[in-house]
Design a protein around this ligand. Structure first.
Ligand code: GTP
Length: 611
């Protein structure tokens, strides 16, 4: 297939609008899979992905149509991975923007449109699910016209389920999407757009060959990680891997070359002929090191599981280049890790995979974000206390600087796109205001729904924003978010005291505006978790050097008759009760931790800190 007979395209859609179903139908029509044969990946969906509305991968596959070779390229569709989606779009020359006729344009449709638009790829609007009773094709046409200026006559109307009109897409793809702009005469150069990890073969990189040819035995280099590899296998996806002799420029396929982790096969990485000097090679644009935005502590519920868990985490992270993992420990929770994620959904998916695939029993502590502090422009302070740095990053309460040294604190912000029914505008705006948001543009999608843009502190979004949004709108709102710089903020260190003793495990750095709610939450949880003692227990949440109390609670001492019992004043039947109590306490003792003079069960720590 010469390049002009190749088309590289992708299907993008809001969750549940039919991406996997359409991919299956196209594969069937092209004779790649038999009718009714579902691809395993579709069945692999995790519960949390379903609940959270995360689009899982459909598949990457080679389809033959007439004398054309069509590469259906799958993009990672995770909401937290917008940056990844836009990078993998760079290997496509066109997309099918799928919109379900019963639901119309949703938040992810809008995000996907703009990403494709900015990447300069051809966008083909496709209205799906036209077989449904609730389908309103005209309405969706109007939405596509209003928002993106598509002509109704250019929208392809299909039912991926029944197959109605799906075959017509092939012609549209061939006619409207340009062939890849590639050169087979030049030395080899390719772009990685996705990767998976195989425990036997290492990382498998999915690539678009832009220049030259790739063959088994060939030596190649990676641009950003600057490593050399020898190709042990190349092939195409059908949609299962099928080994081929070579991959020519314009082709999409897989490469196995002894990469040990998925990180080496990062999305956006450039591979090139090892005979070329790195200086002479131009890397493809768009490579960015993935940086986590949300951090959480991860601990085994039972410390004895530490070693097993360590292995599970290592294996899982081989597969997931976006997580960052550092050892962490806490006097109360034992050994664990500080794990960085791209977002909360990513965090939940990681936790769910540990539980489902590795049977691991873990707790993830309340997530937090990384703040920045700009140190005062004072040479002496910088040298003495901040190793000469003018800016520091704060993740842990233990690293909180003396505020008199700091000129200002900054917190990460996100841009949230919300699609909401008109009558729910009020409650949604109320929620965003409560979360310290700044309102952006509002536009109408049709007579029933609005697109609202808000800029919110990430720290607010990671608590329970999306759950509250879903609850408040009975699931009728859809959303999408992306990083959007930093805002100046007022940060404080919140400390918890039990009978005046500070418990460092519970200390947190948060924006002052969130301190009151967080204090109440933590004090309330502690009050519930700490058992009665022989004396009164005072719990306080304090802030700042002056230890101003933001919230407090007391736990009353045990009742007198039980104290008598302990002192040996045993009445009728008392001995039995006492023995029972003592035995019970013996068992419990090992699980208890003394904080000053107060006994706290280990579970209390988990229950207070967990997400
Ligand atoms: P995620 O992978 O979860 O993002 O969803 P998706 O976009 O891949 O959608 P999927 O193909 O899983 O379809 C979602 C649901 O819609 C499934 O129950 C499909 O059977 C159904 N569906 C897809 N296309 C059609 C269609 O044309 N008509 C009808 N009636 N149902 C459809």
């Amino acid at each position: 297939y010469p390049p002009e007979k190749i088309r590289n395209f992708s299907i993008v859609a809001h969750v549940d609008h039919g991406k996997s179903t359409l991919a299956d139908r196209l594969l069937e029509l092209a004779g790649v899979i038999k009718p009714g044969e579902q691809h395993a990946q579709i069945l692999d969906k995790l519960q949390v992905e379903r609940e959270r509305g995360i689009t899982v991968k459909a598949q990457t596959a080679v389809l033959k149509y007439k004398d054309y070779l069509l590469n259906l390229i799958d993009t990672p569709g995770h909401v937290d991975f917008s940056a990844e989606v836009s990078r993998s779009l760079s290997v496509c020359d066109g997309i099918l923007l799928l919109v379900a006729a019963n639901q119309g344009i949703q938040a992810q449709t809008i995000a996907n449109f703009w990403m494709a638009f900015e990447s300069n790829v051809t966008i083909i609007p496709v209205i799906n699910k036209i077989d449904l009773q609730g389908a309103n094709i005209e309405k969706v046409e109007t939405q596509l016209k209003n928002l993106f200026e598509f002509n109704p006559s250019d929208c392809v109307k299909i039912s991926a389920k029944t197959g109605q009109n799906v075959a017509s897409l092939f012609d549209v793809i061939v006619k409207q999407i340009p062939p890849p702009n590639v050169d087979r005469q030049k030395p080899f150069r390719a772009l990685i757009f996705d990767s998976t990890f195989d425990h036997f073969r290492g990382a498998i990189a999915y690539v678009l060959v832009k220049e030259g040819v790739l063959k088994k035995g060939q030596k190649i280099k990676s641009y950003h990680s600057d490593k050399e590899y020898e190709i042990s296998e190349v092939g195409i996806m059908q949609p299962n891997m099928r080994q081929t002799v070579s991959l020519l420029a314009g082709q999409v396929g897989y490469v196995i070359c002894g990469m040990k982790t998925a990180k080496e096969a990062s999305v956006g990485e450039t591979l090139f002929d090892a005979e070329l000097g790195r200086e002479t090679v131009t890397a493809f644009p768009g490579f960015k090191e993935v940086k986590p935005t949300v951090y959480s502590g991860l601990f085994p519920v039972d410390p004895a599981d530490y070693e097993n868990l360590k292995q599970a985490i290592e294996r899982l992270s081989l597969n997931d280049p976006a997580v960052t993992i550092q050892p962490d420990s806490s006097a109360a929770l034992g050994l664990g890790w500080k794990v960085g994620f791209l977002g909360i959904l990513h965090m939940e998916v990681f936790g769910a995979r540990l539980a489902q695939e590795y049977d691991a029993n873990v707790i993830l502590t309340q997530p937090n974000v990384e703040y920045r502090a700009i140190v005062k422009d004072n040479e002496t302070i910088r040298k003495k206390r901040f190793e000469g740095q003018g800016e520091i990053r704060i993740l842990d309460a233990s690293k909180f600087p003396d505020t008199t040294d700091i000129e200002k604190f900054l917190e990460p912000m996100v841009k949230v796109r919300l699609v909401v029914p008109n009558e729910m505008m009020g409650i949604v705006n109320g929620l965003c205001t409560e979360c310290r948001g700044e309102r952006g543009e509002i536009s109408s999608i049709d007579e029933d729904r609005m697109l609202i843009i808000w800029r919110l502190p990430l720290a607010e979004v990671i608590i329970d924003f999306f759950d509250r949004l879903k609850r408040l709108t009975s699931g009728y709102a859809s959303f999408e978010y992306e990083s959007d710089g930093y805002n100046e903020t007022d940060l404080i260190k919140l400390t918890l005291k039990i009978n005046e003793k500070e418990i460092s495990e519970f200390s947190q750095i948060i924006p002052a505006a969130m301190a009151k709610d967080r204090s109440k939450l933590l004090v309330g949880r502690l009050k519930r978790e700490i058992p009665q003692q022989q004396f009164q227990v005072d719990i306080k949440a304090c802030v700042g050097a002056s230890s101003k109390v933001l919230s407090s609670a007391q736990i009353k001492p045990m009742r007198r008759d039980f104290m008598q019992l302990l002192k040996g004043n045993i009445g009728k039947g008392g001995k039995e009760r006492l023995n029972k109590k003592i035995n019970h306490q013996k068992v419990g003792k090992e699980r208890m931790k003394m904080l000053g003079n107060v006994q706290i069960p280990k579970e209390a720590f988990l229950n207070v800190l967990k997400n």
